[in-house]
Design a protein around this ligand. Structure first.
Ligand code: SIN
Length: 526
């Protein structure tokens, strides 16, 4: 029998870590099944989640599941998992209508009596529900209000989870940072919904604090991870003041000139890409031009920037004027002083297709532990994600995991109180700028060797640098519980998992594009 923890402890039926669409869906579904749910989020405003930053929208099948399935497979270069895609498309319309339309009453944009379905790259149909190009905000804020008002759900913000309480292949809860040496909180089921890994790169479309926390904690507790090499870059982020150090988006605040996304919906409605010579180049890279899969467009943009100095997203070719069709993006451009119809863009880290390996109910390889949303690898995206499927995946798997977790919990007996890890905080002060400097080294390594294009020597070099860095960080974690130190620990573990997966996968596919030497310009067809 595991030793019981004698320290003061709290309990919940289900703990959800994270407050984006996947976390909210999981909390709602578990509460609907009668579980008492505790949502822990390290954000001081729970809406500081990637969901809030999502622009384009949420895909539906619009009555043609097979067409959506086909587009997902094609975008993934035929690497998506068939069973997972089947789950996504078969649950999609019901989940969207039940939760977003009927329960939260989100007013998606309409065209007369019907929804105004948008189109994005690699979608063969108009099938995306949206609210302007700020769909995430319009979904998440009412969702959080709803969850917050639920009498079975408590949302605790500004609360980071530092460790999982794991014993012999089962997770029994978490250790939060509410006490200086960590506070154990026990639960019958723990659902990780901690989002992405944008803070591992210098430029990302993710909010600050996207440090791969759930992935790292799950992996350290022994859970399987998969597809970690498939880091997706969005082709069109405003370049702003790019370059190393432009965006201290790890534990620091987002700067006003941080890269911001120019949604794929712009290209869906007719925007085109021009290189520094003023020429349209996408048709030379792919027969679908600007609507090619995201990995193809991102690499083409990077190569044309390298070859001709810059790439501009031309919004003068939109069917409607930019400011009428995309008022929120036009306002954002104006706020940042971007004048005219041609907006300078560059690829930017956007989404991790892999993560904690889960089944069709969000169950991980550890009992009592679930993962949903971007931190999870369901298999839906394979090597490259189709636009506007991430909110949908978070919603569908969030609902499935929340329901399953609640049913797994034995409310009568309560959680098992195994001994929780004891965290020391005997030497709380860190050397000045320790975390910031290590984050800078980590990001430079990821940018240089594990970005859009990789080569075997670079991947090996990244592995060596990251191993050293993790060793340096671990030495401090042994005697300190500072949140930024834990974020750095999580980022270094996650970065190493990416390097390892990249080294082990010799096949160049989707977002894992391996070259022997730098390639410039469109493929020659040799
Ligand atoms: C976008 O609006 O371009 C992003 C949509 C997505 O990542 O699915």
């Amino acid at each position: 029998m595991p030793r019981e923890d004698t320290r003061a402890h709290e309990r919940a039926d289900v703990i959800v870590v994270g407050s984006g669409i996947a976390g909210c869906a999981a909390a709602l579904a578990a509460a609907r099944e009668g579980a008492d749910v505790l949502v822990l989020t390290k954000a001081s405003r729970p809406d500081e989640a990637s969901t809030d930053w999502a622009q384009g929208g949420i895909s539906t099948t619009r009555g043609d599941s097979e067409a959506l399935e086909r587009d997902i497979f094609e975008a993934s270069d035929w690497t998506a998992d068939e069973d997972a895609v089947e789950v996504l498309v078969s649950d999609a319309d019901h989940a969207v209508h039940d939760v977003l339309v009927d329960t939260l009453e989100i007013e998606f944009d309409r065209d007369g009596d019907d929804f105004d379905y948008a189109r994005e790259a690699a979608h063969s149909e108009r099938r995306i529900l949206h609210v302007d190009a700020s769909t995430g905000t319009h979904i998440l804020r009412p969702f959080l209000d709803h969850v917050d008002d639920h009498d079975r759900i408590e949302v605790r913000d500004d609360t980071a989870v530092l460790r999982l309480i794991a014993h012999e292949g089962t997770v029994h809860g978490v250790v939060s940072d509410e006490d200086s040496e960590g506070r154990p909180i026990y639960a019958g089921a723990t659902i990780l919904a901690t989002g992405g890994i944008g803070s591992l790169y210098t430029r990302s479309t993710n909010p600050p604090g996207s440090t791969g926390d759930g992935i790292a904690m799950a992996a350290l507790a022994g859970a399987d991870v998969a597809d970690m090499e498939y880091v997706q870059f969005h082709p069109t982020a405003y370049t702003g003041s790019e370059g190393p150090g432009a965006s201290e988006n790890g534990s620091g605040e987002a700067a006003s000139d941080d890269p911001f996304l120019l949604s794929e919906a712009l290209r869906g409605e007719g925007a085109i890409l021009l290189n520094g010579d003023g020429d349209r180049f996408m048709p030379e890279y792919h027969e679908d031009g600007e609507l090619a899969p995201r990995d193809v467009v991102a690499r083409a943009v990077a190569r044309e920037r390298e070859r001709t100095g810059e790439v501009l997203l031309d919004v003068s070719t939109l069917e409607e004027p930019f400011a009428d069709a995309f008022p929120d993006l036009a306002a954002e451009c104006a706020e940042r002083g971007v004048a005219g119809d041609r907006i300078p863009v560059a690829p930017c880290e956007h989404f991790l297709c892999g993560g904690i390996d889960v089944d069709d109910r969000g169950r991980t390889s550890l009992d009592g532990l679930y993962a949903v949303g971007e931190c999870a690898r369901t298999g839906v995206h394979g090597a490259n994600r189709l636009a506007s499927t991430s909110l949908l995946e978070g919603l569908v798997w969030g609902l499935r995991a929340g329901e399953g977790a609640a049913l797994d919990v034995d409310g009568e007996a309560g959680p098992t109180l195994v001994e929780a890890p004891e965290l020391l905080n005997s030497d709380p002060d860190l050397p000045p700028r320790f975390a910031a400097e290590k984050f800078t080294r980590l990001r430079r390594t990821m940018d240089e060797y594990l970005g859009l294009e990789r080569d075997p020597d670079g991947i090996a070099r990244a592995g060596a640098i990251l191993r050293r860095l993790k060793g340096e960080v671990d030495a401090y974690v042994r005697t300190r519980t500072a949140r930024d130190l834990y974020e750095l620990r999580n980022a270094s573990v996650t970065a190493l998992l990416i390097a390892r997966a990249a080294r082990e996968n010799e096949a160049s596919v989707g977002c894992h594009y391996v070259v022997e030497e730098a390639e410039v310009g469109p493929p020659t067809g040799d």
